[in-house]
Design a protein around this ligand. Sequence first.
Ligand code: FAD
Length: 458
Amino acid sequence: MPDPVILWLRQDLRLSDQAALIGALMEGPVIPVYVLDDAAPKHWKIGAAQRWWLHYSLKSLDESLRAKGSRLILRRGDCAQELQLVAQETGSRRVHALSHYEPWWRNAERAVAKELDLQLHDGMLLLPPGCVQTSGGSPYQIYTPFARATMLHMPPHEPQPAPSHIDAPLKWPAGDSLDGWGLLPANPDWAAAFGKDWTPGEKGARQNVASFLDEVRDYDVARNLPSIEGTSRLSPHLHFGEVSPAYVWHRVSSASGDAMTFLKEMIWRDYAHTQIWALPTYGSQNARPDFDRMPWRDLREAKADFAAWKKGRTGYPIVDAGMRQLWTTGWMHNRVRMIAASFLIKHLLIDWRHGARWFWDTLVDANYANNSVNWQWVAGSGVDANLFTRIMAPLTQSPKFDAADYIRHWVPELGHLDDKAIHDPDSHHARPSAYPPKRIGHREARERALAAYRQSRN
Ligand code: FAD
């Protein structure tokens, strides 16, 4: 019997269209291993909402592996050390994995490659970073030319089916019990409602793709309306790699209606990963250094404002609805993410990094590339970004994108208000006492933000 081969799984928790699994299967019996390492990513360790997701995703993956004659080995600690121990226990030397692009994963790949024979495969993105480049041979910084260049390589490869059987090694290495990892919250169980919205795992991901196919034709308009479910809600499944981007691309392209707007959103995901690959500090440093001079408010002074934002009690209904949706379900509609992020940065003048951190802990789809690039896009500090001086007006955005029902659902104190008053109860003298007053008026906030920006330019 050939030596067993390790399959190192990270944010690629699937059996279909899994190039690393296919590579491993060609060489011998496979030992699928997931290592939980909370130390190496430092302050980017997996956030609280994602730990809930991870628990169920690993459980689902183990069940799928067992149905094919295999199982998932769980280890905790430094990836390179743990994989080396597994290799010693089982007599394997070779490791197959999909390339990941977060800085801590790239470090881990280098460390593993020093000790073992690491074979990396593509499959996290439509195209690996660096595949499309400017005529000067550097990665694109601006999304639109990046998307145009990516489209020339599309469609991606045909997705590969899951294998029917996975050969097991003669001896399994030791592994942790999933329940012992304590990934689920307790006392209080703030994720109690997550299960109503989400089914982590490959099966849930594929069901999500299938149910979205009927909505593709309306996506162009519906994606901007938070009151209806006009988007795919695939982000956590894509983050954990429960479904491959190539699979999503092919399925959605075959649906009736024009899928182009959706496919371009998928390219945003590739774009964001290309940015963190080129600039690994994207999550913690302004991509435009001139933003280092921005006079953000000290968080001690802005403490009450920051707490009101986190709790959905800013007095701006659309912002509050979004922040409460986030807390309750671990997800927020994209249009509302932009409004809520802009409100924190520009209305409250709080450094985007504090907001990005809160999202990191509370989103089930928290993704280093997508989160960092989008926060910096809103702030204006990204390599491709909205202008800081373009300040979103939440009270205008709310009726423009027809958010009345969305607010009714997430801010029940305002549930009795009609479609006119609900976007801005104060201006209709309709604010119930249970709903907080605005933390700051729009005009005042706008002037303060612009003054701060001018100061940073002097
Ligand atoms: P759909 O509209 O159905 O899009 C399909 C897929 O395309 C998404 O699942 C996602 O993988 C990708 N996508 C869509 N929009 C974007 C985008 N703007 N940037 C990158 N990829 C995109 N997305 C995350 O996956 N993780 C994050 O941590 C994250 N943080 C964000 C923070 C802010 C401040 C903002 C404004 C956006 C953030 N996004 C993030 C992007 C976007 O909001 C989500 O990807 C989207 O809301 C997920 O819902 P969906 O799957 O229904 O999207």
